[in-house]
Design a protein around this ligand. Sequence first.
Ligand code: HEM
Length: 253
Amino acid sequence: MIVEYIRYRIPDDRAAGFEEAYHRAAAFLARAPQCVDYELTRCVDEPAHYILRITWTSAEDHLGGFRKGDLFPGFLAEIRPYVEAIEEMRHYETTAVRGTGGSVPTLYDWAGGAEAFERLTERFYQTVMADELLAPLFARMDPGHPRFVAMWLAEVFGGPARYTGERGGYPHMLGKHLNRGITEAQRRRWVALLADAADDVGLPDDPEFRAAFMGYIEWGTRLALANSQPGAAPVRQAPVPHWGWGVAPPYLG
Ligand code: HEM
C-alpha cells in the first residue's frame, strides 16, 4: 500500500466549489479497484490549506492502473479547475510507526482483562470435557491448556503479548492444531460452547462486544478446522492476530 498526499491552497471564495468538486470526483475513487480509501481534510488554523490523502494498493496500481484506466478522465474532469492550486503531490510509504490511541478501549479491557479470559476458558473447557463430540479431541489435553488459550485470546483482543513471549506465539498454536482433523460439527460445537461459557461467566453482553468477539471466534475456528486437515499447508510463521471492534465501535451510552 502507498499513501498519496496532495496539498492544495484554495482561497476562501473557491472553497465551497472545491469541496463540491471533490464530492463528485470521489465517486470515481470509490469505484477504483486500485483505491483503498481517501479523505479530504481542511486546515483549521489556515483554512486555505487542504490535504487530500489517498491510499492506493501500490504506486504502480495508481500510476499504471488508475491513471491509465477508464475512471481517470471523469475524475480529472471534476478537479481540473483546481490542479494549478496543488502545492505538493507525492507518494509516501508507511513506516512501522502507527497505532491507535487510547480513546477506544481494547476488547481485552472491555471484557475485563486477563482474569475475565481465564474465567471464560476455565468454564469453557469444563463443558468441552463433558461434551461427547469434543471430549475425544481433548483427551490428552495439557492441564495448562485453558490458561494458555486465555493468554492467546487476551493477546488477540489487545492485551499483553504473553502468548508470544511465554508460549511460542502463532507457530506453537498452529502446531497444536495440525493433523487433528477437526470436523465442521466439532467446530460448531466449539463455537456454541464458547458462546455459552461467555454467558456463564458474565462477559459483557452488549451487541458491539459480542459481535466483535464472536467474529473472531468464527474466523479463528474456521482457520483451525482448515489447518487441522491432513495435508493442509498453512502459513507457518505469523504474528498473533489482533482483533478490534470492526464496524461497530464500543457502545458508550
Ligand atoms: C478461535 C478459535 C481457536 C483458538 C483461538 C484456539 C486456540 C488454541 C491454542 C492457543 C492452542 C494451544 C495452547 C497451548 O499453548 O498449548 C490450541 C490447541 C488446541 N486446540 Fe484450539 N483454538 C481454536 C479452535 C479450535 C477448535 C475449533 C478445535 C476443535 C474443535 C480446537 C482444538 C484444539 C486442540 C485439540 C488443541 C490441543 C490441546 C492439547 O492437547 O493441549 N481448537 N488451541
